[in-house]
Design a protein around this ligand. Structure first.
Ligand code: CTP
Length: 395
């Protein structure tokens, strides 16, 4: 059974949350309701308890029911705050944990969604907008709000989405499958660093977001996932075996070690193609004149994997190109003996390096080409993993 944490904060739209809870329960979803003190002034806990058949929680210190709030957070497949007031949004944006809802928000490792509901002038306030932008940056999905007549009599944006709309969104997210159950998937992510001296290095702008999203999505479908990552600021996905590396050579060795045990390898990393011929032990001092660096080529990990690939193994590469993307990606697919390549144009206005969205073209070795519109990296990951599942089924 999938479990959703439904956080209800104090707004008149709390009554819609009761409808939503009821709809999710009818879809065989387990709903754990957490309410704020203000929310229980609008709708009583008894309503949610009756609708969900589960204890409703308000207080951090009240561990009513058979599981603790940490276990509650761990078993959640989705964390949703609906309605989310300006106050709760502010707390979430700043990582405050002064009630059970905001505490659990920090402990979950699943998609997090908020459905704002407030007066339209409050919604337009720069502080609220900045907090919402912060949440979005951190991977929260913001649902709505819709525009229309508000409870206060004013017109404008601030209405919580209808329960039926939120139900659809939630079900889309939860429809993840067991399509990769037991499949060993190896993902690489992020940049690598090549040191010149103890404090300086060559690297690139890869954030690792695409690779982490792929690892998370594969794990969500039951795969046994290893993520080998260069330096990033991201939190490793829950349930994924994680290994951090620094240089391309380290990544090369880590990948080769895992390769024979892997059915699928997705190389989303952007390893540095060169390293310094000589890494100085001491910091290089400026001497007021030119400094020449000798760079030597690093191993091309993907090329080597293509050479060593056994029948049945699936190899997915990425290609960041400037112009002539499809043609160049096809060549790379052939040269590196890949089963699939995910190509993007990095010359356009939407540079995917570090961004949350990506516009990609997926090409498979059977010649199929699928150009996707701009979408979040999480969505791109779903498409890529769908195609990987398709390749596994066809073998
Ligand atoms: N890659 C790799 N090892 C490297 C460099 C790249 O495994 N040393 C992988 C990346 O993870 C990616 C793919 O190769 O999946 C494409 O990277 P890209 O830099 O576009 O490929 P190159 O072959 O290095 O590109 P080019 O031919 O343009 O130099």
């Amino acid at each position: 059974m999938k479990n959703v944490i439904l956080g209800v904060s104090g707004g008149i739209a709390a009554y819609k949350a009761a409808d939503l809870a009821s709809r999710l329960v009818k879809r065989a979803i387990g709903v754990d309701v957490i309410m704020t003190e203000a929310a229980i002034r609008f709708v009583g806990t008894a309503t949610f308890r009756a609708l969900t058949g589960r204890p409703v929680r308000v207080d951090v210190f009240d561990e009513e029911g058979e599981i603790t709030h940490v276990e509650l957070a761990q078993r959640a497949d989705l964390f949703l705050v609906a309605p989310a007031t300006a106050n709760t949004i502010a707390k979430l944006a700043h990582g405050l944990a002064d009630n059970l809802l905001t505490t659990v928000a920090l402990a979950v490792d699943c998609p997090r969604l908020v459905a704002p509901a407030m007066n339209s002038r409050m919604y337009a306030d720069p502080a609220v907008q900045a907090n919402i932008a912060t949440l979005r940056d951190r991977g929260y999905q913001i649902l709505g709000p819709a525009a229309g007549r508000l409870a206060c009599g004013e017109e404008g944006p601030g209405r919580m989405l209808e329960a039926a709309e939120i139900e659809d969104l939630v079900m889309n997210l939860l429809e993840a499958s067991d399509g990769l159950k037991g499949v060993e998937v190896l993902v690489t992510a992020g940049p690598t660093r090549e040191h010149l001296d103890p404090v300086r290095f060559l690297s690139n702008a890869s954030s690792g977001k695409m690779g982490y999203a792929l690892a998370r999505e594969a794990a969500r479908r039951g795969a046994s996932v290893t993520l080998i990552s260069g330096p990033t600021h991201l939190r490793p996905p829950y349930g994924v075996s994680f290994q951090r590396v620094t240089t391309t050579e380290e990544m090369f060795h880590a990948v080769m070690k895992r390769f024979s045990a892997s059915r699928v390898v997705i190389k989303a990393a952007a390893p540095a193609d060169f390293r310094c011929g000589e890494t100085r032990r001491e910091k290089i001092k400026k001497q007021g004149k030119e400094l020449s660096l000798t760079l030597v080529p690093n191993p091309d990990i993907l090329l080597e994997l293509g050479r060593r690939k056994r029948p049945g193994q699936i190899l997915v590469g990425f290609a960041a190109e400037t112009g002539g993307v499809e043609e160049k990606a096809r060549k790379k697919l052939r040269r590196k003996q890949l089963d699939m390549i995910v190509a993007n144009d990095v010359s356009g206005p939407e540079n995917p390096f570090g961004a949350d969205t990506n516009t990609v073209t997926i090409i498979t070795s059977d010649g199929r080409v699928e150009s996707l519109p701009s979408m979040s990296k999480d969505e791109v990951a779903r498409h890529i993993i769908d195609r990987v599942e398709g390749l596994l089924r066809s073998r």
